[in-house]
Ligand binder design. Sequence first.
Ligand code: OFO
Length: 168
Amino acid sequence: RLSSTLQNGLNKQMTQEALAAQIYLSFGAWASGEGYGGIANFLFRHANEERNHMTKFLEYILERGGKADIEAIPKPPADPTSVQNCFEQVFQQEINNTTGIYKLVKMSFDEEDWATWNFLQWFVREQTEEETLALNLLDKIKVAGGEKATGEALYALDRDLEKEPDEA
Ligand code: OFO
């Protein structure tokens, strides 16, 4: 059975994933409003991924006989100020998420709860992928001129992101 500390931690992370989904949703709406349909599409698809992560936590807590607490989701931050700023915030958000996951990994290790430790390994891999993806996008934006990226360069990025393959 889950310890109350782990149950608490897993519940917190479940809300974090819901917050991540809200952030992607909110940034997607911003990108769409700015005319970046491809970027918006990418962010919306990612919002769904985060929601799936939330569900994974929910299912795991229930599977282990724990109590799932569905809490209020904090409000996402203000709209990004540019495409570069958008992906900087996305990257920072993923880093914060990784920190949360690593804390849980350590907790489960210390408690010798190997089922939870094993469950979390999927997220450890996922976070590495997501951070790499966000960093690669930031690199592309920088190559395109960063804050001074031309309309043409942003148009190309927007078109690329429309086709970015989906993950789990
Ligand atoms: Fe972006 O990741 Fe969930 O965990």
